[in-house]
Design a binder for this molecule. Structure first.
Ligand code: HEC
Ligand code: HEC
Ligand code: HEC
Ligand code: HEC
Ligand code: HEC
Length: 397
């Protein structure tokens, strides 16, 4: 009886959210390649695929930083972040005794190590994250996200956009969030991202307001005619379908960022007025962490640059003791300076004597200088400047 109770207590502290194990036949995208190779290849390019401690340097460095500053074990932070980053993890919370065991270098529960190093989460947000969601609980408090906002369908059933799909490898079921209401699916994780102390640093759902534009239209591209599966079941041919690409391109892809904003320049008495317009239904950059827009203003005499000015639109976060911090430990932030959804941002710069021409270039950067140096990020992608838009103007006055 005693051991039974103990086992029960262990279970209840290690498994916060309900875990439904993924069967071996479906556990990685490898298993889908025989029939969905084109979709697997596209998804492998995405940052959903990279959402794992070992595959995304920024994610890893942030976890290590939080672990150092809060003196909690890296595993317990990984499990906290897994709610959205690795929602098929098999252990969903750790308790005080786990922390004490780690701190004292005692033997820790092996299931925690197994869970954070498990094959099923090594692929980040893979096929059986989105396609194994049975229900999305919209009635839950808006702070409840990721795995805590969904319930999983029994392993072996794939939910999708079609109500007449047949596959010999798995069962299929149609869901609205795969068809007419896909934003509900994206908002399971892309909303209400908050710091350890409950400070909401990004909320794409709020930015979106009443917009009904579908995330998938831009991030998976419009529906086009192709096949969903290459298996030849339809009179010896693969069935034609309306499908979407699975690349989930976003801020990490230079060509995707290009054109995200438009820029117009206007001359006033003593100033040049820069108007940045964002036609998209969410902010640019979206409030997430420490993304940045860099505005480079060139004053020219003819074709020669006589002065240069750089403006940065980003957000800074502070943790306890007013110290600079990553968003995830923030208790406070500077004003959100992003260009609002479907809105504009107007910036004035003073004219410079003798300048006859102006050129302005707007770049997007994934991580601002402050956080890049706090985390010592090395990969050039984090400091890369991706061109968003540019404009020039001949001065009259
Ligand atoms: C509510 C769901 C949610 C939780 C919980 C969450 N994240 Fe995220 N995280 C996201 C989403 C969605 C994105 C992508 C947003 C974007 O690119 O703007 C993201 C992106 C990131 C990025 C940027 C990665 C990159 O490649 O640019 C980092 C770093 C990050 N998260 C760290 C963490 C850490 C550390 C934790 C745990 C303390 C955590 N997140 C918990 C939803 C979440
Ligand atoms: C972030 C969520 C997400 C992930 C991860 C994901 N999908 Fe999808 N998938 C969707 C959505 C949404 C649709 C519906 C697209 C539409 O509107 O037609 C879809 C559609 C499909 C379809 C129907 C054909 C099509 O392309 O529209 C198949 C088959 C499919 N996915 C397989 C996969 C496989 C295999 C993987 C893993 C490599 C995967 N998906 C990963 C969200 C996801
Ligand atoms: C042996 C071939 C085969 C394998 C392996 C396979 N599928 Fe499928 N899958 C199919 C076929 C066939 C369809 C139906 C296609 C159609 O009707 O156009 C399908 C349909 C789907 C759909 C759409 C369901 C719907 O109702 O809209 C999803 C999602 C899906 N598969 C996901 C996966 C995932 C994830 C894996 C890997 C774990 C996988 N499949 C492995 C053959 C396969
Ligand atoms: C289970 C949680 C989850 C769901 C559901 C989800 N995402 Fe994500 N998404 C994330 C996380 C976490 C990241 C960041 C991964 C990283 O960079 O390591 C991300 C990254 C992205 C990115 C890349 C952003 C960038 O900065 O390059 C795009 C685009 C994206 N998601 C779109 C979508 C769309 C569209 C949907 C709905 C069809 C969706 N996501 C559903 C969690 C999720
Ligand atoms: C009209 C097209 C469009 C729609 C609709 C759209 N996006 Fe985006 N999204 C973009 C563009 C363009 C960018 C690149 C600029 C950037 O990274 O800020 C982007 C960037 C992102 C990023 C990276 C954010 C950042 O600034 O770091 C994420 C995450 C994302 N989108 C998720 C979503 C989700 C989730 C939805 C639906 C709720 C959605 N998007 C709807 C066009 C769109």
């Amino acid at each position: 009886m005693k051991t039974f109770l103990l086992a029960l207590a262990l279970l209840s502290t290690l498994f916060g959210a309900e875990v439904v194990e993924v069967g071996e036949k479906y556990i990685t995208s490898q298993k889908c390649k025989a029939c969905h190779l084109h979709l697997v290849n596209e998804w492998e390019e995405s940052w959903h695929h990279k959402s794992h401690y070992k595959n995304d340097e920024y994610f890893r460095a942030t976890i290590d930083y939080i672990s150092r500053k809060t003196r909690k074990s890296p595993n317990s932070i990984k499990i906290q972040c897994a709610k959205c980053h690795n929602p098929r993890i098999s252990v969903t919370s750790t308790d005080m005794s786990y922390e004490i065991d780690t701190l004292m270098h005692l033997q820790t529960d092996p299931r925690v190590d197994e869970a954070v190093n498990g094959e099923n989460i090594s692929e980040g947000i893979n096929c059986v994250v989105c396609h194994n969601i049975d229900k999305i609980h919209q009635d839950k408090n808006e702070s409840v996200r990721g795995m805590d906002r969904v319930s999983w369908i029994a392993s072996g059933t794939m939910v999708g956009p079609f109500d007449d799909a047949f596959s010999p490898y798995h069962k299929t079921q149609k869901r609205d969030f795969m068809d007419t209401k896909p934003n509900t699916l994206c908002f399971v994780c892309h909303a209400n991202d908050r710091s350890v102390s409950g400070f909401v640093f990004t909320n794409m759902q709020e930015e979106y307001g009443e917009s009904t534009q579908k995330c998938v239209e831009c991030h998976m591209g419009p529906r086009r005619e192709y096949v969903a599966a290459t298996l030849k079941l339809d009179n010896g041919k693969a069935k034609k379908r309306e499908i979407r690409t699975h690349k989930f391109q976003g801020g990490h892809v230079e060509s995707f960022v290009f054109g995200a904003l438009t820029l117009t320049l206007k001359e006033e008495a003593d100033d040049i007025v820069l108007t940045l317009f964002n036609p998209n239904p969410h902010n640019i950059p979206s409030g997430f962490g420490s993304r940045e827009l860099l505005i480079e203003v060139y004053y020219k005499k003819g074709t020669r640059v006589i002065e240069k000015q750089i403006l940065s639109l980003t957000r800074y976060f502070t943790r306890k003791g007013e110290r600079a911090s990553v968003a995830h430990l923030a208790i406070k932030a500077s004003k959100d300076t992003s260009v609002p959804a479907k809105g504009e941002k107007v910036i004035k710069v003073a004219k410079v004597e003798k300048a006859t021409d102006m050129e302005v270039k707007v770049y997007y950067r994934l991580v601002n200088d402050e956080v890049r140096s706090l985390l010592k990020l090395k990969d050039p992608i984090w400091s890369r400047k991706s061109l968003v838009t540019s404009a020039s103007l001949e001065l009259q006055k």
